[in-house]
Ligand binder design. Structure first.
Ligand SMILES: Nc1ncnc2c1ncn2[C@@H]1O[C@H](COP(=O)(O)OP(=O)(O)OP(=O)(O)O)[C@@H](O)[C@H]1O
Length: 320
């Protein structure tokens, strides 16, 4: 069966101040319908670039220099502008960190939701969509302009608009990073329950490993523009096989509750200017051996997940 999303060896470069930054360096990911996927990794690992590439939403400074993104078999990079618009409108929904960016400041909220319903919505439909994201007094919210809403309310409106299009894939790029912790939980609850109701596949780009472990069926770990580990969230986070995943898990503050020492990951993530010669994590990896810096690691399927690591099958990798 054709997967809903298939990203194959994707390479994306940004032209930046006279040099090239390679944001994706052969990223690969396959997602089936109905999955809830958390994509995690430090800043700069390529999460947002991957999310934008799915909808052909990369900024002008970016170019896709290799690989492919297929949504239900359609190669996004070869679609004509009209087809791309249809893909975004009909099959994809996006939620970003700053909801205000998704809303038109000059238009009342109700009218914006009506447009997201592609003009087919009655006033009652607009109110119903605002009520579904648990906005109190949805009629009043519908009459408001975006600047009259709090951050949490604006994000709920953005969710209502994204879900109004009945997307097959909802791409949520750190949707709660700008919210305080209690509202964050409520907003995540709204996103995940609406998506579950509608059978929408979720790709959630996040820095929050414990929250991903709680809500996602699968976790995808990115480093240096590649997917370095991917599998069932419980398996990957309970017994990581990639040294980078293991370091991320150790760096989570909550680990201290289990008696583990708090740690941060020593060293800096790479800023690539071209294809990494070996494993991009090798300079920071406590287990690195000779081939790690010299050769690009193979994809290994082991212990119910896929790992991009020379050491994935070695006993040194087990039980990190
Ligand atoms: N518009 C841009 N121009 C130049 N370089 C960019 C641009 N956007 C991203 N990059 C670079 O591409 C790489 C990947 O960035 P990206 O934003 O995709 O990572 P990320 O994992 O989403 O980070 P964060 O968690 O901070 O959002 C980084 O080195 C980043 O500096």
């Amino acid at each position: 069966m054709t997967p809903l999303l298939h990203i194959d060896d994707l390479v994306v470069d940004y032209a930046s101040g006279g040099r090239t930054v390679r944001a994706l360096d052969g990223a690969a990911l396959t997602v089936q319908r109905g999955e809830t996927v958390g994509i995690v990794g430090e800043s700069g690992s390529g999460k947002s670039t991957l999310g934008s590439a799915i909808g052909g939403l990369l900024p002008g400074a970016a170019s896709v220099t290799g690989g492919a993104v297929r949504v239900d078999g359609d190669d996004v990079n070869t679609l004509r502008p009209k087809q791309l618009r249809a893909l975004r409108r009909g099959r994809l929904g996006y939620i970003f960190q700053e909801p205000i960016g998704s809303l038109d400041p000059t238009m009342r909220v109700g009218r914006q939701v009506e447009l997201a319903l592609r003009g087919r919505g009655t006033r009652a439909d607009v109110t119903a969509h605002l009520a579904r994201v648990q906005l109190a007094d949805p009629d009043r919210v519908a009459r408001s302009y975006p600047h009259q809403l709090s951050g949490g309310m604006a994000q709920r409106v953005a969710i209502a608009m994204a879900m109004a299009g009945e997307p097959e894939i909802l791409i949520a790029d750190e949707p709660t990073a700008a919210l305080d912790s209690q509202i964050r939980e409520e907003v995540l609850g709204v996103i995940f329950s609406l998506a579950a109701e509608a059978g929408t596949t979720i790709l959630w780009l996040s820095h929050d490993l414990p929250a991903v472990a709680k809500r996602c069926s699968r976790v995808v770990v990115m480093y240096g523009g590649r997917v370095v580990e991917s599998g069932a969230a419980s398996a990957v986070l309970d017994s990581p096989r990639h040294p980078y995943t293991a370091a991320l898990v150790r760096a989570v503050p909550g680990a201290a509750a289990d008696g583990a020492r708090l740690s941060s990951i020593p060293g800096q993530p790479p800023v690539l200017t071209g294809s990494a010669q070996g494993c991009a994590f090798a300079p920071r990896c406590p287990d690195a051996l000779g081939p790690c810096s010299a050769d690009r690691p193979p994809l290994v399927s082991v212990a119910e997940r896929d790992v991009l690591c020379h050491l994935a099958e070695a006993t040194v990798g087990a039980g990190r």
